[in-house]
Design a protein around this ligand. Structure first.
Ligand code: GAF
Length: 384
């Protein structure tokens, strides 16, 4: 946790006056429903108690000045000259500014200080958290009167245009809309949603961070999305009413995609099955049947690894290893893939022992540290 006072002090030291506002925008986990969001399916995420924090204040000119604590770096640009830059992190701010400009928002210059405790590259959506923090902060600073869901959509568009990842809406929606102690069941077609209490009895959610992010992540993500669109295009030749994989059945895939393109078929089948797994897990959660939730998580990992092919040896190793313990009832890779964290449903009393046993074995196998992260389902973006 980073306090409001810490952000205010740092901001003041850098920009020589106090910030007008401090905003906290969290990272997220997702219980199940991976790569379903951009196929208009369902997801089951929630925000966590790790967040990006920004301090923001107005300037008298039309300059944007940024400081990122993680990189100890400044960045400056005129509002009239906003464009994607080579350096990574400013793009998440500039992308949001650009989207607001496209909507005709009346922005002036501002100073922004950025800090956070969401581990970067761990698949916990630090980038979405930053986009939403920026959108939320500019909204209050310039009285833009933009609603929360629109802030999420602006963040998603920023990711498409300034980070080059054609992501779905899950991460930004979870960051902005989550409610403490609950998961959000989100229909990514019309963005209708409901909150479900996350009651896990004797179990806890434990994240295991592989501490790797393989470089093909963004391009492979966009490739998977393209495969899904190709599958839809093939089905549409027979069923023009089909809009996305959400409307597609396994029978349709079998008849109209499999004979044409086995690769596309396998990817699409994963998405259709994953959406089904989500519904079953969600029903089980509502009935307190945690074991079924866990089983669905294990089978989601199988699909993500073998069919959708977005896992990596480090993630597969962690999921395989925990399977041998009766105290771990579910585990899978989480998020886009190719690194980051696994999400595990573990008996509360067994969490520390599990990490103690697993960390040296993981180190031996990959020469990498394993980091365990205990998370608490938390509220979405807020003004501190
Ligand atoms: C990434 C994306 F940003 C999300 O939109 C989602 O597609 C996820 O990967 C996979 O479920 O986090």
């Amino acid at each position: 946790m980073i306090s409001k006072q810490q952000i205010e002090e740092k901001y003041t030291a850098i920009f020589e006056q106090a910030p007008a506002y401090v905003v906290r925008s969290p990272g997220r986990i997702n219980i199940i429903g991976e790569h379903t969001d951009y196929n208009e399916g369902f997801v089951l995420p929630t925000a966590i108690d790790k967040a990006i924090y920004v301090g923001i204040g107005k300037r008298d000119d039309h300059i944007i000045r940024l400081y990122a604590e993680d990189f100890k770096e400044y960045f400056e640009l005129a509002l009239a000259d906003v464009h994607p830059v080579d350096k990574g992190w400013p793009n998440y701010v500039l992308g949001v500014v650009h989207q607001l400009q496209l909507r005709g928002a009346n922005l002036k210059g501002f100073d922004m200080y950025i800090d956070g405790d969401v581990p970067l590259g761990a698949g916990l959506s630090s980038s979405a958290a930053l986009e939403c923090a920026v959108g939320f902060a500019l909204n209050v600073l310039f009285d833009l009167e933009i609603g929360r869901v629109d802030i999420a959509k602006i963040g998603q568009l920023a990711e498409h245009t300034y980070a080059g990842v054609k992501c779905g809406i899950m991460d930004q929606f979870a960051s902005v809309m989550s409610k403490a102690g609950h998961v959000v069941k989100l229909d990514c077609r019309d963005l209708s949603f409901s909150y479900k209490p996350l009651e896990l009895d004797d179990y806890a959610i434990l994240l295991l961070n592989t501490n790797v992010k393989h470089s093909l992540a963004s391009s492979a993500y966009n490739d998977r999305r393209a495969s899904c669109e190709e599958g839809v295009r093939l089905v549409q030749q027979k069923f023009p009413e089909v809009k996305s994989l959400r409307d597609v059945t396994l029978e349709m895939l079998e008849a109209h995609v499999r004979p044409v393109d086995m690769e596309v078929y396998t990817k699409c089948r994963f998405v259709v099955e994953e959406n089904e797994r989500l519904h079953q897990a969600c029903d089980a959660l509502e009935h307190g049947d945690i074991e079924t939730v866990g089983r669905q998580m294990f089978s989601a990992h199988e699909g993500l690894s073998k069919e959708y092919e977005v896992s990596c040896p480090e993630l597969d190793f962690l999921v395989d290893y925990v399977k041998s313990f009766p105290e771990v009832i579910g585990a899978r890779m989480m998020g886009g893939g190719f690194g980051g964290c696994t999400i595990n449903l573990v008996k509360k009393s067994f969490q520390d022992l599990l990490v103690e046993r697993l960390a040296p074995i993981y180190k031996e196998e990959f020469d990498l540290e394993l980091t365990a992260i205990k998370v608490i389902p938390s509220n979405g973006t807020e003004l501190l």
